[in-house]
Ligand binder design. Structure first.
Ligand code: ATP
Length: 249
């Protein structure tokens, strides 16, 4: 087992506005952590600091003991930090299987070593099948993405992200825009993710958070207000006051 992701004293300012304040936390390998907080708390900024979209003002990001803070976005993906692709990245006229082939080919360097082996193609097709089984979308394999329901498209997007073999997966509002009749698909898919993957879920839907997360970090004004189990978070008076509201608890 690796050490997972360790964030130490991470700070980010936009001019005079401090949006990440001395954030120190760990995402152990295999953890299921939700990051919650009111609008403007700094959740997206935090995700962007992890993926390398933004550079921190100060602080360290360590993955399995290695400082990855100076790596650019592409190198961080290769190191193992992935955020879900957006649906707009799916090729709508291609089938699910064809869409899944693309990140695997990219990961393998297209024309390089995998094709020097006689069974290279077979390995790729087997991996695609395995990914589809993992997300329970094998029945959709030959359908063009444009014919899929929105929730199913989000599962394909998740499969694409898993194809890069991340160690840490950031799910930024995985159920956003998904009709309530399809949100169970997302919950089930998250529950089926590989057990050694660290998952960070940024989500406003508290029902989803409570179903899939075993730890919750509450961010307010760029700082961690508290971190705990779902039960500890819902019973915390400041969280109730600041974020959840009496109706949720
Ligand atoms: N590029 C930027 N330049 C200046 N300020 C920014 C920039 N990006 C974000 N901010 C500010 O940083 C703060 C945190 O924004 P962020 O989007 O990270 O919050 P959030 O918790 O993800 O909010 P939401 O739940 O609404 O998505 C906000 O005050 C926002 O206006």
């Amino acid at each position: 087992m690796g050490d997972g992701l360790a964030i130490v004293g991470l700070t980010k300012s936009f001019g005079g506005l401090q949006v990440a304040r001395d954030l120190t936390l760990t995402l152990p390998q295999g953890s299921r952590t939700a990051l919650i907080g009111p609008n403007g708390a700094g959740k997206t900024t935090f995700a962007n600091l992890l993926t390398g979209v933004l550079k921190p003002t100060s602080g360290k990001i360590m993955l399995d003991g290695q400082d990855i803070g100076s790596l650019n976005e592409a190198a961080r993906v290769r190191a193992g930090i992935a955020k879900t692709f957006q649906i707009t990245n799916l090729f709508r006229d291609l089938s699910v299987r064809e869409n899944l082939r693309l990140p695997i080919l990219e990961r393998e360097g297209c024309t390089h070593h995998i094709f020097r082996r006689a069974d290279g193609w077979r390995d790729i097709e087997a991996e695609i099948t395995e990914l589809m089984l993992e997300l329970n979308i094998q029945s959709l394999a030959d359908k063009p993405v444009r014919d899929l329901a929105y929730g199913q498209q989000r599962l394909v997007e998740l499969a694409l992200t898993l194809a890069v073999k991340p160690k840490v997966l950031i799910l930024d509002e995985p159920a956003a825009g998904v009709p309530s009749t399809e949100s169970h698909l997302i919950v089930e898919a998250i529950k089926r993710l590989p057990s050694d993957l660290s998952v960070l879920i940024i989500e406003h839907d508290m029902q989803l958070v409570f179903e899939v997360a075993n730890r919750i970090i509450v961010l307010v004004n760029g700082a961690i207000l508290m971190e705990g189990t779902p039960d500890e978070v819902v019973t915390n008076d400041r969280v109730r006051e600041l974020y959840l509201g009496a109706a949720h608890v």
